[in-house]
Ligand binder design. Structure first.
Ligand SMILES: [Fe+2]
Length: 410
């Protein structure tokens, strides 16, 4: 007999610090985490934008630090291992990841592998990896995002690319939560318009998918609390976070893209991305994130862009399953829904996302990033493997349904 789960849990980084200038408090935080030698994990773009300098200028003269700045977009397992071996040499007491999701993820793994040894694939789930559990706490880790979108600083996941297999896999474990997330919106002002737009749509998709994912009591009660999935289903707390995040992104992304120096817009975007991440990382996601995986693996498109290209048609497909939720999303994104029947109101949500994506300069349709019709059956089959994401989608879908969504998104 189906016994519904009556309990929900909430997990997040040990601490979160938010606000312009928050990064100035890093030396005190490093001290609090034990001081000693610091390893900074980042990428060239962040370094060239002067952000690493901004951070290390706050360090006292006697604080020893080393910088690993070789992180690339969609970091491969080999890159994760290279960062870990660098960390072995440095033997840091504290690791600080500075950048977008890639740098923050590589920093998480450096903290894991420099403490417990091995290679990143040892901790990736079987059959791709060895599926080893993380045995205990890892090197103290501080995550400092320079974009407003991925929310990696608020999650316990690191995404690893396996380019030979056109595959992306993740390590997910509570020990990967940062000890501290420092979200300083001032660090995002130098982010150019295109990555601002892509990461902003990623944040919006987190909030929308987190808001519409299945409820926590739609799943069976686990035999043991340890078996309760990380994506436990939406609850009133995640709903509140996601609803606010949708509004913040809808009201501020255009401004942040049009004028990167608009600190008020940047602050609201960082806040929206953070709230969305705190929401989805506990509630779960949906089909747009699942469908995006095979496309991004094949075409190397930015994650936020890929999800944004798929989200409207996923929303249209899902609208009949939770019309009142989609109508609420339309309202939060500034659409007039009073007096409309639920179905028409829900349809306005998908149109609102399309309007926003167009206004911030994203291309329209998967064909614009090189996707062709003959790829779609394979993408649909690959999507069906991502049950971890699909299980939360509010409307059931089979491979034909998924292919239909791809078709309508071309
Ligand atoms: Fe995402």
């Amino acid at each position: 007999m189906f016994e519904e789960d009556q309990v929900w849990e909430y997990s997040m980084a040990d601490r979160l610090k938010f606000g312009p200038g928050a990064v100035q408090e890093l030396p005190a935080e490093i001290e609090r985490l034990g001081g000693g030698t610091v390893l900074i994990v980042t990428d060239e773009g962040v370094r060239d934008a002067g952000i690493v300098d901004t951070v290390v200028e706050t360090f006292p003269a006697d604080l020893r630090y080393e910088v690993f700045d070789d992180v690339e977009p969609d970091p491969s397992a080999a890159l994760f291992d290279r960062a870990a071996r660098y960390a072995d040499e440095v033997d840091p007491d504290v690791i600080v990841g500075i950048g977008g999701g890639s740098s923050i993820d590589v920093g998480k793994a450096a903290s894991l592998l420099s403490t417990h040894g091995g290679e990143v694939l040892d901790y990736v789930a079987q059959p791709t990896g060895e599926g080893q559990p993380i045995p205990g706490p890892t090197t103290p880790y501080v995550a400092v995002p320079t974009t407003a979108g991925t929310g990696s600083e608020s999650t316990s996941v690191a995404v690893v690319s396996l380019p030979e297999q056109d595959l992306k896999v993740g390590i997910s474990d509570r020990h990967l939560f940062p000890d501290l997330s420092v979200v300083d919106p001032a660090l995002t002002v130098s982010l150019p318009p295109a990555p601002t737009a892509c990461s902003g749509l990623d944040a919006l998709s987190h909030a929308i998918e987190g808001y519409t994912t299945r409820r926590f009591d739609a799943k069976e009660r686990p035999d043991s609390p340890a078996d309760r999935p990380d994506y436990g289903g939406r609850n009133l707390l995640s709903d509140t976070l996601c609803r606010q995040a949708i509004e913040l992104v809808g009201d501020n992304l255009r401004r942040a893209v049009n004028n990167g120096e608009d600190l008020d817009a940047r602050r609201n975007m960082s806040l929206g991305a953070t709230m969305a991440a705190l929401g989805f990382s506990n509630a779960g996601l949906g089909a747009a994130h699942a469908l995006a995986y095979p496309v991004a693996s094949e075409h190397h498109t930015a994650h936020g862009l890929t999800v944004a290209l798929l989200l409207p048609e996923v929303m249209r497909y899902n609208a009949t399953s939770a019309p009142e939720r989609y109508a609420e999303i339309a309202r939060l994104l500034g659409k007039e829904v009073d007096g409309l029947d639920r179905r028409d109101a829900a349809e306005k949500a998908a149109a609102a996302v399309e309007d926003l994506a167009r206004d911030v300069g994203l291309p329209e349709g998967l064909a614009a990033v090189g996707v062709t019709e003959d790829e779609l059956p394979r993408f649909a089959a690959d999507t069906m493997q991502l049950q971890r994401l699909l299980v939360g989608n509010p409307r059931r879908m089979d491979a034909d349904d998924v292919e239909g969504i791809f078709q309508r998104s071309l």
